[in-house]
Design a protein around this ligand. Sequence first.
Ligand code: EZ4
Ligand code: CO
Length: 412
Amino acid sequence: MTIRDAEVIVTSPDRNFVTLKITTEDGVTGLGDATLNGRELAVVAYLSEHVVPLLIGADEARIEDTWQFLYRGAYWRRGPVTMAAIAAVDMALWDIKGKVAGLPVYQLLGGASRTGLLAYGHASGKELPELFDSVRAHLEQGYRAIRIQTGVPGLHAIYGIASQSADTGGGTARYDHEPARRGARPVQEDWDTRAYLRHLPGVFEAVRNEFGPELPLLHDAHHRSTPIQAARLGKDLEPYDLFWLEDCTPAENQEALRLVRSHTTTPLAIGEVFNTAWDFKDLIRDQLIDYVRGAVTHMGGITALRKTLDYAAMYQIKSGMHGPTDISPVGMAAALHLGLAIHNFGIQEYMKHGQRTDEVFQQSFTWSNGLLHPGDKPGLGVEIDLEAARAHPYERAYLPYNRLADGTVHDW
Ligand code: EZ4
Ligand code: CO
């Protein structure tokens, strides 16, 4: 068989998604997620102009070779746009291989290492009562692990706090946070790290008092602290036994994690903005992190993230794959197949997509008793309804950004 066609599909049911659909001469189709939140059309251009022409006539069975050809052959390596494009091709080829074999992708990766994947959801609230309601709502939905984000006194709009009036497709309020907003310009939010550091430990104390010691709790610091501030945060949160503290410092300066690590035993997770194994290499080798946050969609696909996670396994470092709603149902399915197969699975981030998204993408993964499972359909188990996709054309959307009180742009 060879590849007959490759189509780049842009759709915006609840938010923008970029999907690659590869079709073989025998009519087998495979899907890959290429969504890069807020910069979607850059990946569309990379795929359409530079990758699709190379795929036509290629052998879809050669997944590793295609990955190496697209990565090394371009000369210009790494970067979120390139790696999201390669990821989409890689996922689509695994989807095809599964369909040809009549097996779900996790079987091709070695079979299930567990019965299901522990998932965490996003609880948030500006004040404690709203936060507690949000935690309760997540527990009722079956979540067994919960990320806690909260308002900070004096700050008007900050990361991770849901707008409960947001209509996300089902028409119902939701407590989790989707940061991208449609519009001509990014929304501006506020930040003050000292106010945050004073406030957050008390929030975790209140949550522990209300919900007890067992519930795994997570927190995303979203790259906002300096190394010494992050060290203090990790130390101050130790009594509340976090599952992890995520992205405590900006990702570029990896040495920062050494300083944080020397001060705290709070487990550290990092890497949702990383895009290759090399971004993780030193952090893994020096045991400066506990969880790899890379997404299949942003790390160059199943092929590349598998290698990174196998390396991490040698150091008892586990997966914590990025799974917000800007990972499409296709990217989520790829994460679930990989997570089910590897031994060093840690936890999977899981925010439910809205109803419109579920109409465009027919998914076969299941969610019960707090555990996700990719299902047993051949391939990734996701199909796209092209007519439904066409009904939701692209709309420009941006992630927000931050300014301090004096107007300085701060890390987001
Ligand atoms: O801000 O997915 O852990 N999850 C996160 C997300 C990210 C968005 C960026 O595209 O940090 O909410
Ligand atoms: Co994050």
